[in-house]
Ligand binder design. Structure first.
Ligand SMILES: Cc1cc2nc3c(=O)[nH]c(=O)nc-3n(C[C@H](O)[C@H](O)[C@H](O)COP(=O)(O)OP(=O)(O)OC[C@H]3O[C@@H](n4cnc5c(N)ncnc54)[C@H](O)[C@@H]3O)c2cc1C
Ligand code: FES
Ligand code: FES
Length: 490
């Protein structure tokens, strides 16, 4: 039985297949067609809904791509869709601001924008432009243009949040607590058409994997659900790791930042950036806020895509993972995890329980570069991460890992040898550039040609050196386009 709140009432469902998406449930089973289907792959944001959970400081609202989020993930939460925002005859401040600022033309994208803005309206917002751009990075509009939508956001976010949702927050929290009490009574969540398991501890995950060899582990589903919406595969048995409290833990000890398998990109951000502020841009450009609100680092690693962004980070920083099964636990360095195209050292019956990111070393010079066709919400053509240990200007230890340059995420052994011992400020990069040719034989595909991938990787070495020297400004600046004027500032 899946239980969640919608329109202040408890919804209890058990007659739907385990791989039903929130979007299909809304449109096909409830006739709620305000939430749109554009791409069915998490890219356009037309299907954005908001999911509210009971957090430590009250309700936490997250924007979610309903097209790639399983219905089972709603268990114990409140679902909010565009139909729910009006308060009697009054539009929500976010809706009113879109009307006032002419933020909609054909209207197809509008419910998605409204819901992304609604989530931002209910966050610890500052209302600044960067924050608005981040919140809207996962929503595409093909006719209005973004300026009126950004203006609408600025209007809606000015002042205190005061809407029907904030006014009834206490009652909603009580309802959610009552739901979670009921959940505690449920041993495992089973649906008649397939199974959607929500085990409560890691041992139960391992046991279920042992009992159901055909089952797929699901965390955010931001990769897995594309197998259903794009690959048209059935996913009849899902084991959702996000109901395991222990797998949500982010902890920091003297050696590692430890990230449980259910920790989303968003939830890991503060701990990661405290040690590695240089990863800020890469993290912000990982998918969209919708994707970062559900997707996990463990899922990114387990998915083993050659163009995933976290594997190069973990390879360059010497990361590792903890695998768990009924047989017990074992840890493995990321260096030994990726075996071939989408083949990993994860054995049948195992799942990733934790990801370990080593604590920052002294004298580390770190750079992470993402090259993609679009700045926001795009997959890397090349992702390059350089972790250099320095004594003065001399490189005493080098780890350089790339995505998009081989069948797996991969370190460049010859490149690292070439970098070690080099004076980063004064030495020529010729040998290091030649080493990239030795290490990698990239392929051409829809994202980039083989030549482009090699060339851009070499250029990233020059960028690395320029940034170390500090003599050339290589960063993208915040751009403010407002009322027809373009201002560029740091
Ligand atoms: C629009 C869009 C934009 C994206 N942008 C980026 C991007 O910028 N960079 C990038 O790298 N990726 C991107 N992705 C891919 C995806 O969001 C990430 O890989 C994400 O981190 C996957 O995490 P998840 O929790 O959603 O994994 P899921 O989809 O739940 O799972 C992915 C795979 O890993 C397995 N799995 C999940 N958790 C575990 C576990 N604990 N143990 C073992 N197996 C497990 C699943 O069975 C599945 O095979 C994007 C995806 C979309 C749809
Ligand atoms: S329909 Fe495009 S993101 Fe869901
Ligand atoms: S108003 Fe038409 S796509 Fe945005």
């Amino acid at each position: 039985m899946i239980r969640f709140l919608h329109q202040q009432r408890e919804v209890a469902l058990e007659q739907l297949p385990a791989d039903t998406s929130i979007l299909d449930y809304l449109r096909e089973h409830r006739g709620l067609t305000g939430t749109k289907e554009g791409c069915a792959s998490g890219d356009c944001g037309a299907c954005t809904v908001v999911v509210a959970k009971a957090g430590n400081d009250g309700l936490e609202y997250a924007p979610v791509n309903a097209c790639i989020a399983p219905l089972g993930s709603l268990h114990g939460t409140e679902l909010i869709t565009v139909e729910d925002l009006k308060d009697g005859d009054e539009y929500h401040p976010v809706q009113q601001a879109m009307i006032d600022n002419h933020g909609s033309q054909c209207g197809f994208c509008t419910p998605g924008f409204i819901m992304s803005l609604f989530a931002l309206y209910h966050s610890q917002k500052t209302g600044d432009r960067e924050e608005i751009l981040e919140a809207l990075g996962g929503n595409l509009c093909r006719c209005t243009g973004y300026r009126p939508i950004i203006d609408a956001a600025e209007q809606a976010l000015a002042g205190e949040s005061d809407d029907a949702f904030s006014r009834r927050a206490r009652a909603t929290l009580d309802q959610l607590r009552a739901l979670s009490d009921k959940e505690r009574e449920t041993e495992a969540l089973e649906l008649p058409h397939g199974h959607y398991y929500r085990p409560k501890d890691a041992e139960q995950v391992a046991r279920l994997l042992g009992e159901h060899p055909q089952a797929r582990v699901i965390a955010g589903g931001t990769d897995l659900f594309l197998e259903s919406t794009q690959g048209l595969k059935d996913l009849p048995v899902l084991i959702d790791v996000t109901a395991v409290p222990a797998l949500h833990v982010v902890s920091v000890d003297s050696k590692h930042i430890r990230l449980g398998a259910a920790v989303t990109h968003r939830a890991s951000q503060d701990a990661v950036l405290t040690d590695y502020p240089e990863l800020h841009e890469l993290i912000q450009r990982f998918g969209s806020l919708q994707i970062r609100s559900r997707g996990t680092i463990a899922g990114n690693v387990a998915n083993a895509s050659p163009i995933g962004d976290w594997p190069p980070v973990l390879l360059a920083l010497g990361g590792s993972i903890q695998l768990q099964s009924e047989a017990g636990q074992r840890s493995i360095a990321l260096d030994d995890f990726f075996l071939d195209y989408r083949k990993t050292a994860q054995r049948d019956g195992e799942f990733i329980a934790e990801v370990f990111l080593p604590r920052r070393k002294e004298n580390l010079f770190l750079r992470a570069y993402k090259i993609s066709k679009r700045f926001e919400d795009d997959i890397s053509s090349v992702c390059a991460v350089f972790a250099l240990e320095l004594e003065g200007d001399r490189i005493t230890g080098a780890r350089a890992a790339f995505g998009g340059m081989a069948a797996t995420p991969k370190r460049g052994q010859s490149l690292e040898n070439a970098l070690e011992g080099m004076n980063l400020r004064t030495d020529s990069l010729d040998t290091a550039v030649a080493a990239i040719e030795e290490d990698f034989q990239p392929i051409s595909d829809a994202r980039a040609s083989e030549d482009y991938r090699r060339l851009v990787s070499a250029k990233l070495l020059y960028r690395l050196q320029a940034e170390f020297r500090g003599d050339v400004d290589t960063r993208v600046h915040a751009m403010e386009i407002h009322s027809g004027e373009l201002a560029i500032h740091d």
